[in-house]
Design a binder for this molecule. Structure first.
Ligand code: ISJ
Length: 290
């Protein structure tokens, strides 16, 4: 793709190249509208990880900014700052954050929870306790290897899965007849958008023009969803038309007041249920833009 128009965000190519910025990003199809084009900018390097691994990358200074699971902002021992240039959210269904169950949801006793997720696991607990009034046992599940506790996990009663595997390696609907889209369930419970992942950095880090560039890239890419679907659907194992709908209609990438309110409400529930110990203040990056 063509380079983002750096002039409109006030940075020259030379200014950007003077600053090395290491960006940690989610490796799923869903991050493409946030990131496509960023690697073309001199001085920016992007590394890709499953969501659950990104907070450690940021905490250990392996990256300067990362698209971290939202719950990790509240759990981290570090002083983090939210960079709301864009994020991965929804206002209703997600398609890819999904509970699969063999038994009706109120009867679930045990859920195997995808270890690639942090936010959705917490969201699952909130929804199961607040909407269904159940508190099943959660077991860490390495979904890509189908392993739990070092053993083969065969046909668990229920599974929480996130990301591309929900589409390209989904459990059979014939056995897992009871399913719940967690974005939809949150919407029905609160009427608020939900944000799964957001850019975060460490306090006092200067990101130069990067927050502005990330906003601009998201806006620009919102007009080229078909192109992104054509390029990335197949490598991620998605049917083209599903990918286009997922990136263009289902997921919501801009972060505004309503999305920040959704995050705050989620944190309050998580705190009430003991999923986070501290209700940290949401600090927003005060660099060149915010
Ligand atoms: C919608 C999704 O959002 C994701 C869910 C996350 C989580 O549960 O921690 C983190 C990042 C996002 O990739 C998805 O991956 O399916």
């Amino acid at each position: 793709m063509t380079e983002p128009n750096l002039q409109t965000v006030g940075a020259t190519k030379e200014e950007m190249s003077a600053q090395i910025c290491r960006v940690g990003c989610v490796s799923y199809l869903n991050s493409k509208p946030l990131i496509e084009g960023l690697e073309d900018i001199t001085g920016v390097g992007v590394s890709y990880r499953v969501p659950a691994d990104l907070i450690e990358e940021l905490e250990e200074d392996k990256v300067d900014i990362a698209l971290c699971p939202v719950i990790d902002y509240f759990r981290s021992q570090e002083d983090l700052v939210m960079v709301p240039s864009s994020g991965i959210g929804c206002a209703g269904q997600t398609l890819t954050v999904r509970l699969f169950s063999r038994v009706p949801i109120p009867e679930i006793t045990e859920v195997y929870a995808d270890t690639e997720s942090h936010t959705s696991v917490a969201l699952l607990k909130v929804i199961l306790q607040k909407t269904f009034h159940i508190k099943p046992k959660l077991v860490s599940y390495i979904a890509k290897d189908r392993k739990a506790d070092g053993k083969d996990a065969i046909d668990p009663e229920a599974m929480l899965l996130i990301g591309d595997k929900v589409v390209n390696d989904a459990p059979c609907g014939c056995a897992y007849k009871h399913q719940l889209d967690l974005g939809q369930a949150w919407w029905e419970m609160t009427g608020k958008p939900f944000v799964f992942a957001l850019w975060m950095t460490k306090k006092n880090k200067s990101l130069g023009q990067l927050p502005l560039i990330l906003s601009e890239i998201q806006i620009k890419n919102s007009g080229r969803i078909k192109e992104l679907a054509e390029k990335y659907a197949e490598p991620h194992g998605w049917p083209m038309d599903w990918a286009e709908r997922y990136l263009g209609e289902i997921l919501k990438y801009p972060i505004g007041q309503k999305e920040l309110e959704g995050i705050k409400m989620f944190a309050e529930y998580a705190h009430e249920l003991g999923l986070i110990t501290e209700l940290k203040k949401m600090t927003i990056y005060a660099g060149e833009r915010f």
